[in-house]
Design a protein around this ligand. Structure first.
Ligand code: UDX
Ligand code: UDX
Length: 441
């Protein structure tokens, strides 16, 4: 059992803290947003993530997880400190590392208190959990060396996460692999102890390689999605079916069926910023990553496909009531950060459409983000008098909507399926005119 500190109680930090505690470690989680900390202490989660509330209740209940706003308190009591604060996109495409820098400085200063209170030499392992561009570890190390007291021995490591929102706890507890970038045997042994309850292979490497593994993995997944989206356009031209093309490709173990679903493309708080940060760091290092620029371009264009289909069906959009189902960037999350669906609603509003929105979880965020759209709390209300239904996030509950009832509510029988997840044949039986992405319809 290790004493672990996690700085940042966001989508990554809170899941990481809860999972480490459930593995038997003693964890303290800090965040500089005091409102967020008191919300979590009341077991009100700051975002929707299946299973997270139960995980936090259980681990707090058995005394293995606690929360604070004080980095000093965290540093004093933790041998291993994970940095899991935001690394949002900066202007110019790179990652904004100012939060990582601030927290590193706070940790260094906190270690001064730690040394004073401990007296004897203290060791701390500082770990990058957040997704950061390669060479960030060098900066963390320099900052600590400059500011941390001499009586503190420390190592810097990288332990990137591969959590998918909506599936984060399962992804943390059953990873395909654990990646640790270390600079000493002592750090390596600590990670082996931390992850000893897990079966997954541990890839041990240096800090820079670990940092690159994360960016390279996310960028490859984005590339795979843009690849199948590019092929979906060829399918549309000849009337082929992208879902069958993807199925036929995916049986090849070297290709794999996952992340081969065509649609309105990728979004979220990771892929867009990780791809652009990887492009930027490559550029800064003198090796421009043009392939990834093409991956971004294809992804941007996928949003426009939906507008084109809407115009094909409605001719003019101005003044037309259009209903959008699914605003989160993917199912099973309320996260609308960089959501392709939100971008499409903005484009529809810009063309003068009167947009109504419905999402099973994200409506609170949607009300804040899209004040010009009409927000509905009921999927049937959202359909009333609508001239076009556009499904942009493949929420399971949409598949069991009563489309016979919806058909009697709408003014025009048009449906665009931005994620190719609805049953076209069934919808056509109800008299709808169905349009998918890369489909021969
Ligand atoms: C973010 C990045 O998006 C992801 O790529 C990275 O791997 C981890 O950080 P996420 O957890 O979604 O992931 O960020 P967010 O939900 O914004 O949480 C970050 C938390 O850090 C916030 O709660 C914020 O209050 C906190 N924070 C930020 C601090 O506690 N101190 C700071 O100085 C800055
Ligand atoms: C991703 C990575 O999967 C995860 O390993 C990393 O830690 C963080 O970033 P996440 O962003 O939560 O996770 O969602 P993910 O399930 O990867 O989907 C990302 C985007 O790709 C979503 O907008 C989704 O709709 C889209 N997507 C995914 C497709 O368009 N097609 C697919 O086949 C799969």
């Amino acid at each position: 059992m290790k004493k672990i500190g996690v700085v940042g109680a966001g989508h990554v930090g809170l899941v990481t803290a809860g999972c480490f505690a459930s593995m038997g470690h003693s964890v303290i989680c800090a965040d500089n947003d005091s409102a967020k900390i008191s919300q979590i202490r009341d077991f009100r989660m700051p975002f929707y993530e299946p299973g997270l509330e139960d995980l936090v209740r259980q681990t707090v209940g058995c005394g293995r997880l606690s929360f604070t706003t004080s980095i000093s308190e965290l540093a004093l009591g933790s041998e291993v400190i994970f940095i899991a604060v935001g690394t949002p996109p900066a202007d110019g495409g790179g990652a904004d590392l100012s939060y990582v820098e601030n927290v590193t400085v706070e940790i260094a200063r906190a270690l001064v208190d730690t040394e004073r209170k401990h007296g004897d030499p203290v060791y701390r392992l500082i770990v990058e959990k957040s997704t950061v561009p390669v060479l960030t570890g060098e900066w963390v190390k320099r900052t600590l060396a400059l500011l941390a007291p001499t009586g503190i021995e420390f190592d810097v490591a990288a332990n990137p996460e591969f959590l998918r929102e909506g599936n984060a706890i399962a992804d943390f507890m059953n990873p395909d692999r654990i990646v640790v970038g270390v600079e000493s045997d002592r750090a390596k042994r600590i990670f082996e102890e931390i992850y000893s309850p897990m079966e997954a292979p541990i890839v041990v490497t240096d800090v820079k390689s670990a940092e690159i593994i994360k960016h390279a993995s996310n960028s490859f997944l984005a590339l795979k999605i843009s690849y199948i989206n590019a092929i979906s356009r060829i399918c549309e031209k000849v009337g082929a079916d992208i879902s069958k093309v993807s199925e036929g490709m995916g049986y090849d173990r070297r290709i794999g069926k996952d992340f081969l679903d065509a649609g309105i493309g990728w979004g979220g708080s990771c892929f867009p910023k990780d791809v652009s940060a990887f492009i930027k760091i490559a550029e800064d290092l003198g090796c421009p990553f043009n392939l990834l620029k093409e991956v971004e371009r294809i992804n941007r264009e996928q949003r426009l496909l939906v507008l084109r289909k809407a115009r094909d069906l409605l001719w003019n959009l101005r003044g037309k009531p259009v209903s959008v189902y699914g605003l989160s960037f993917k199912p099973d999350t309320d996260d609308i950060r960089q959501s392709p669906a939100v971008e499409i609603v903005r484009l529809l509003l810009a063309e003068g459409a009167r947009v109504r929105c419905y999402d099973p979880q994200a409506m609170e965020n949607v009300r804040r983000e899209l004040p010009d759209a009409t927000c509905c709390d009921d999927p049937y209300e959202a359909a009333r008098n609508s001239s076009l239904l556009i499904f942009l996030t493949a929420w399971k509950e949409f598949e069991s909507l009563d489309f016979g009832r919806i058909k009697n509510l709408v003014s025009m029988p048009y449906i665009i399926d931005g994620r190719n997840f609805l049953n076209a044949a069934e919808l056509e039986k109800y008299g709808f005119i169905y349009r998918g992405i890369g489909k021969n319809t």
